[in-house]
Design a binder for this molecule. Sequence first.
Ligand SMILES: [Zn+2]
Ligand SMILES: [Zn+2]
Length: 196
Amino acid sequence: MTTENILDDPDLKKCVDFHGHICGGLALGYKASKAGLEWLQEKKSLDEEIVAVVENNACCADAVQVLTGCTFGKGNFIVKDHGKIVFTFFSRKTGEGIRIAMKPRSPEQKEKQKEQMEKMRSSTITEEERANMMENMALGVLNAPVENIFDLKPVKMPPPGKAVIEESRACDECGEPTMISKLEKIDGRNLCRECI
Ligand SMILES: [Zn+2]
Ligand SMILES: [Zn+2]
């Protein structure tokens, strides 16, 4: 994919449609997912069930769901709120995978990012200028070699526990059926987390 037509990539377009806009964060998720899928393909693990772990809850997570097909509802898209741009993609069967972590930014890059953020937050910026800036930030990521942005390291993940279908019981306050393991016993009553 060359510099000019990366924005025409159908996979990128799908991510943008899902996420609602193009931005640097989405581009990071796109780039990491592509690298992860490529690695799994080489290991012939792509036809097995893949699990994606994302260590933040920002824009990049949306690209991961679109590109890998791992979703929150299927339980193979795991979000760890660590505030880090780190992704792990692995085969559920073999546990073999790749951890893709964003490299620290250089002082110059940090300075530039600070300036961009200030500009984006300023009240005088037009919507169009804002959209252009977000697109440019995305392009900066999309056109950089993946090794310039991320450290990639093979990992072996422990086998995940079997998904259990758990029984529910009514919460003693609101009456709504709740998984038994999520109820808490308080003063002799079983309460859901919303009613505690
Ligand atoms: Zn975004
Ligand atoms: Zn309740």
